[in-house]
Design a protein around this ligand. Structure first.
Ligand code: NAD
Length: 469
């Protein structure tokens, strides 16, 4: 059976897909989304939202544990894991219902089923009941996201070995866990589980955790993990694991003859694009040499009339990058000649404790790019609001171009670890992306007492004068 043509059909209803749909509909386009599960994608159901919700439970636990220091008696905290999962689900359900209703209001049609490219200008939708439909469309946006990578010898069974897909619904928090991979997902899970009572060991292949972050930031997180009993091994190869006979746990072997006996293994070694069953070959949509859908700066694929956005393309695997790409593709479809995105200035926020947030060059990447740099670093220990909060771990580091007199010129990058830095990144993000100079920012007044004034102080010291440090 054949249907009336849409202006745009988006395959995949995650952040890239629903952003394209909502933005396109608000620009007057007739947009449809094909979704095989629930709208919201990885981010809403097994990614950003549940991860941050569980990290918030960990934060409440830490706060209760130290309440006595504020003169508030709350007793020893104890964990009700099913209640934690219930609250996480309530948040997801509310967000999901909000998203579904805004899609309805914008008159975006959601076609349930698996979408693939049909002949030119068509999308095939296969439903659970075996029915097939062919939907004509002027333009198609592929936004099918990504799925966790796994490693050899660690078959994911949802009990002994899990990925982020399973972890959000495990029946109980394990007493001990090995987290393979010290990237964003690995560090967020390690932090959350460690704070809620799991004995955590992180096993990272590279020389440091949080590759891509400034070295000082990664060091601050690692120091905090160590203080909280989270073991971190870097530069280690993980060889395999040997489950106990009753499968109550498993022994993971790594490095030079090292072992760790744990109840659960969490595999967090990256995510791969979900490109299978999209009918790419027949449609002339090419992949790049890393298996992502090849696109140009405007998210156009190698096939006429087909765009791709979000985790299926090789750009930062972040929901907000997917939003931006979804909107960019719509602008291109509308013929608005949009500028390509500058991924270099992407805001990064990692919600482990202490939180991490950054934008722009690290000190090392600025040097590697040929800049003569000057840096300044201030610690939350010296910040009044952080002292009041009792959250004094972490720092702000600003990387600027060095001027002839040794002071800072253009701000190239800002790197933060510490309390609520994910909410403090905003002004740093603007400074980097508007190519502000140290002088531009140093003359602005920062509210006192706030944690965000540490950014102002750090920039101020690059003028060659300073207040506190
Ligand atoms: P990642 O690429 O950020 O980190 C994976 C880590 O696993 C790397 O440090 C890598 O060196 C390590 N690794 C790979 N193979 C290994 C092995 N065999 N043994 C030990 N270590 C190994 O990937 P991720 O943490 O899984 O996250 C996936 C994507 O999602 C990333 O792009 C990430 O940035 C994004 N994400 C972002 C956030 C956030 O910004 N808050 C949160 C979650 C996920």
């Amino acid at each position: 059976m054949s249907d009336a043509a849409h202006d745009v059909i988006v395959i995949g209803g995650g952040p890239g897909g629903y952003a394209a749909a909502l933005y396109g509909a608000s620009a007057g386009l007739d947009v449809a989304v094909v979704e095989k599960a629930k709208v919201g994608g990885t981010c809403l159901h097994v990614g950003c939202i549940p991860a941050k919700e569980l990290l918030e439970a960990a934060s409440v636990y830490r706060t209760v544990a130290r309440a006595a220091a504020f003169g508030v008696s709350a007793g020893e905290p104890s964990l009700d894991w099913p209640a934690v999962l219930d609250r996480k689900q309530q948040v997801i359900d509310k967000m999901m219902s909000g998203l579904s209703s805004v899609l309805r209001q914008r008159k975006v049609t959601v076609h349930p089923g698996v979408g693939s490219l049909g002949g030119p200008g068509t999308v095939r939708v296969s439903s659970d009941d075996g029915a097939e439909r062919t939907l004509p469309s002027e333009a198609v946006i592929l936004a099918t996201g990504s799925t966790p990578r796994t490693i050899g010898g660690f078959d994911v069974d949802g009990e002994l070995v899990v990925t982020s897909d399973e972890l959000f619904s495990i029946g109980r928090l394990p007493a001990s866990a090995a987290v393979i991979g010290g990237g964003a997902i690995g560090c967020e899970f390690a932090s959350m589980m460690g704070d809620l009572g799991t004995e955590v060991t992180v096993l990272e292949a590279l020389p440091n955790i949080l590759t891509g972050c400034d070295a000082e930031v990664a060091k601050a997180v690692r120091r905090s993990f160590r203080k909280r009993g989270i073991e971190v091994y870097t530069g280690v190869t993980v060889h395999g694991h040997e489950p106990r006979p009753d499968r109550s746990g498993t022994v993971v072997s790594f490095g030079e003859g090292k072992h760790v006996d744990v109840e659960m293994v969490v595999v967090a070694v990256g995510r791969r694009p979900r490109t299978e069953s999209l009918g790419l070959d027949a449609a002339g949509v090419e992949l790049d040499d890393r298996g992502f859908i090849a696109v140009d700066g405007r998210c156009r694929t190698t096939a006429e009339g087909v765009w791709a956005v979000g985790d299926v393309v090789d750009s930062p695997q972040l929901a907000h990058t997917a939003f931006a790409e979804g909107m960019l593709a719509v602008c291109d479809i509308l013929g608005e000649d949009p500028d390509p995105l500058d991924h270099h200035g992407t805001p990064w926020c990692i919600y482990c404790h202490p939180e991490v947030a950054f934008a722009g060059h690290t000190e090392q990447s600025a040097i590697d790019a040929g800049f003569d740099v000057v840096t300044s670093m201030h610690r939350y220990m010296a910040n009044g609001r952080a002292q009041i909060l009792g959250e004094t771990e972490g720092l702000v580091k600003v990387v600027a171009e060095r001027q002839a007199d040794g002071t800072g010129g253009r701000i190239l990058g800002v790197h933060m670890a510490g309390p609520w830095v994910t909410e403090q990144l905003g002004q740093a993000y603007l400074a980097v992306n508007w190519e502000a100079t140290v002088d531009d920012v140093a003359r602005l007044i920062q509210p006192h007492p706030t944690m965000s004034e540490l950014f102002g102080e750090t920039v101020l010291s690059l003028t060659g004068r300073a207040l506190h440090g």
